[in-house]
Design a protein around this ligand. Structure first.
Ligand code: NAP
Length: 338
């Protein structure tokens, strides 16, 4: 088991912030749980790291970082219409989506090209183009560091909500997600999800569509709109789309008729944070080494050399403008790690 002291996390977070972790250990296999548990229970503070694509790291992280690198995919159960497939936490998310598609297991295609790992996906209940992870999860395998025992979290236990879960809200560092099971469809039971404008209007998705065509379209659209973290450092959407009351929405739409918003249940609306940030003039705007991306205003990018301080300054300015214009508090999506 690889253990590092004072490890620089810059190369393992997609926002490329320089950050020294007091200690980091790489988890590759369940056989390592014995020594790892001793180390984890002795550490006063812990953070679990997947692909590092959804976090904002402080300059110094006074904690034990557990980097999940365990690999493996297996079929747990199968019928003529469905398959339950389990992937270990360290599997790359996009490669897992591709793997399932190649085997004729459908449902994940709208979630193509999301950076990160399988184990991190339930933490923030990743979603894109009308599909949310919670619709496909069967159960989550967790090592509970406090109780030193295995636990199986059902979808209900995971308490999923919009870009949120039990794991994001409760005792960070206590629950080590080691594997996730998904219930996927075979062709005879599969239904495409095409209601988002980018898919609805896509020239390759008119008439009868395949899951492969959706996958290809999602990859193409994302590559066009979103910066590749390997080329321009970023942590994906930086703010959650705010959920507001119908009354709040009506007030805003009277003021901004072109407001982009969607009903969220019966009593709420979800506002497109990207549209609001663009309307506030932040699209493509840079402050020092950080800025909001020129093609997708919701994505905060590090042009090189940024620190957590630069990010915090920009975030504070963007949030203040959105509050002033729309009376909405933007909530940061990536998890602050310190
Ligand atoms: P978009 O299509 O320009 O739409 C703007 C926003 O409106 C989206 O954030 C989406 O909310 C919402 N929306 C659009 N059509 C909708 C519909 N038919 N019903 C309900 N809500 C709808 O969005 P985009 O920025 O290009 O992103 C496309 C998808 O990829 C979105 O689902 C987005 O969440 C996802 N994405 C996520 C990340 C991340 O880091 N978390 C990064 C990039 C893209 P939702 O966000 O709730 O879907």
């Amino acid at each position: 088991m690889l253990i590092y002291q004072d490890y620089n996390l810059q190369s393992v977070n997609t926002l490329a912030l320089p950050s020294i972790a007091k200690k980091m250990v790489c988890f590759d296999h369940q056989d390592q749980l014995g020594p790892l548990q001793r180390m984890m229970s002795a550490a006063p503070r812990r953070w679990v790291l997947g692909g590092g694509s959804n976090m904002v790291l402080a300059d110094y992280v006074d904690a034990l970082i557990i980097k999940m690198q365990n690999k493996g995919i297996r079929v747990v159960a199968e019928t003529t219409t469905e398959v339950v497939v389990e992937a270990q936490a360290g599997e790359n998310w996009h490669q897992f989506v591709q793997y399932c598609l190649n085997r004729g297991w459908f449902g994940l295609e709208n979630l193509a090209l999301i950076p990160g790992t399988v184990g991190a996906a339930p933490v923030q209940n990743i979603g894109a183009y009308g599909v949310e992870l919670d619709q496909l999860v069967e159960q989550v395998q967790v090592w509970d560091v406090e109780l030193a025992e295995w636990r199986r979290f059902s979808v209900t236990d995971c308490a999923f909500s919009y870009r949120d879960s039990f794991f994001k809200r409760n005792q960070v560092g206590r629950y080590l997600i080691t594997a996730v099971q998904f219930r996927l469809k075979k062709l005879s039971a599969w239904q495409p999800v095409l209601r988002y404008p980018d898919l609805q209007n896509h020239p390759d998705l008119q008439g009868e569509v395949t899951a492969q065509a959706i996958f290809d379209a999602v990859v193409q659209v994302r590559q066009r709109k979103l910066p590749d973290p390997d080329v321009l450092a970023n942590a994906g959407s930086f703010f959650k789309n705010p959920i507001v009351s119908v009354a709040h929405y009506q007030k805003l739409v009277a003021q901004y008729p072109e407001l982009v918003a969607y009903p969220h249940g019966e009593q709420h609306y979800k506002l497109a944070a990207g549209w609001m940030i663009e309307r506030a003039g932040w699209k493509g705007k840079q402050i020092g080494p950080v800025g909001m991306h020129k093609n997708q205003a919701l994505v905060l990018v590090n042009y090189g050399g940024a620190t957590a301080h630069d990010v915090a300054e920009l975030v504070q300015k963007v949030r203040a403008d959105i509050k002033a214009l729309f009376e909405v508090e933007l909530e940061q999506e990536p998890i602050p790690v310190c």
